[in-house]
Design a binder for this molecule. Structure first.
Ligand SMILES: Nc1ncnc2c1ncn2[C@@H]1O[C@H](COP(=O)(O)OP(=O)(O)OP(=O)(O)O)[C@@H](O)[C@H]1O
Ligand SMILES: [Mg+2]
Length: 335
């Protein structure tokens, strides 16, 4: 089945044509308008999606070398995300589905991140313990089969990607902060400062990252600006280690508790060099398979939405024209 998928939940306008695990195109247009504000401005995001959606969809079709009439079904993110941004994609796909007389389905963005990982795995061994880490979410999910999810832990305050972005802002490093901190951290000493690791030893699987961000702010305020800039790489390395160590420790502990066969990571922060390195090491040490997404499927993209849609279409599920966008859509199992 050839699917045309669209993702407009935040500040990436992305369209993809996908058939099975075969990504025929995956066009991602990141909106640069937000960088001058140090974060995403919702109304500007909606307007940029309106301008970008037609060229991005056309480019996805051209790259895949197919026409609209060859598409068998449509998919679109309908939450969670910015409601104005979601509505642009949702209404566009509803219109296409109606005019082509083909089914469409609304997809949960976080489920999309999961399938952004699974889309390149050959032999999936369930149960998989998924660590989903992005700009707005931090979740541990037990996946016992396709479209079957149990959320066992979430963040109680900031998401881990948000903590990277806010910490980068505190340190004057620019936006988005995750990739900047990650590459600086590679050149620093992670033992330079011992930043707090909230809930590290607790038996529950929730996280908290706002204290870590505040600890960096307090550290910065207690030292001279010259000292901070001279030691920037090591401050970043210490922050990154505190954030990632707690994620990895809890993921492995959860994998053992829930008898998982494999561990997997998904979402924008899955591009982090340290989380990939530590999860690979720790999974091997504990006899678990380990799945990581290709870099192009970590941050927001439409291929992951199309891949998720295939699982639903295969079970004869589709959405109706009355479907709405939900900013806080929860991840739930099919059925
Ligand atoms: N190498 C990296 N290390 C750490 N964080 C990173 C890295 N690369 C990207 N990020 C972070 O990933 C986040 C973006 O991920 P993503 O696009 O999935 O988030 P989102 O779609 O805005 O949020 P959500 O998926 O929760 O709705 C940003 O917070 C960014 O800083
Ligand atoms: Mg995302």
């Amino acid at each position: 089945m050839k699917i045309l998928a669209l993702e407009t939940s935040c500040d990436e306008t992305s369209a993809s044509v996908i058939e099975g695990n075969n990504v025929l195109s995956n066009i991602i247009s990141s909106q640069i308008v937000h960088s001058q504000f140090g974060g995403v401005v919702p109304e500007l995001a909606s307007r940029a999606h309106l301008q970008l959606v037609v060229p991005v969809v056309n480019q996805a079709l051209q790259t895949a070398q197919i026409t609209l009439s060859q598409i068998d079904g449509f998919a679109v993110t309908n939450g969670p995300g910015l409601v104005g941004a979601l509505l642009v994609g949702l209404n566009f796909i509803k219109g296409l589905a109606l005019s082509c007389n083909k089914p469409f389905i609304g997809i949960n963005h976080m489920e999309g991140h999961i399938y952004g990982n699974l889309l390149t795995q050959k032999n999936i061994q369930f149960p998989v313990l998924f660590l989903i880490v992005s700009g707005g979410h931090t979740m541990l999910v037990v996946m016992r089969g396709h479209l079957d999810y149990e959320i066992i832990g979430t963040t109680r305050d900031d998401a881990v990607g948000e903590a990277f972005d806010k910490t980068a802002k505190i340190l004057g490093l620019g936006y988005p902060g995750g990739p900047i901190i990650d590459s600086l951290a590679e050149k620093g000493d992670e033992k330079f400062i011992r930043f707090p690791k909230a809930f590290y030893k607790d038996t529950h699987f929730d996280f908290s990252f706002s204290g870590l961000k505040t600890a960096v702010l307090t550290y910065k305020n207690k030292h001279e600006p010259d000292f901070i800039s001279e030691n920037m790489a090591s401050i970043c390395a210490s922050f990154r280690f505190a954030a990632i160590d707690v994620l990895v420790a809890k993921t492995i502990r959860a994998a053992k508790k829930y008898n998982a066969k494999a561990v997997a990571v998904a979402g924008g922060v899955a591009a982090n060099v340290l989380v990939r390195r530590m999860l690979a090491e720790q999974s091997q040490k504990n006899g678990l398979d380990y799945y990581q997404p290709k870099f192009e499927f970590c941050s927001d993209n439409a291929a992951m939405i199309g891949r998720t849609a295939q699982e639903y279409f295969a079970r004869n599920k589709a959405s109706g024209q009355g479907l709405n966008a939900f900013p806080s859509l929860k991840l739930v199992s099919a059925n």
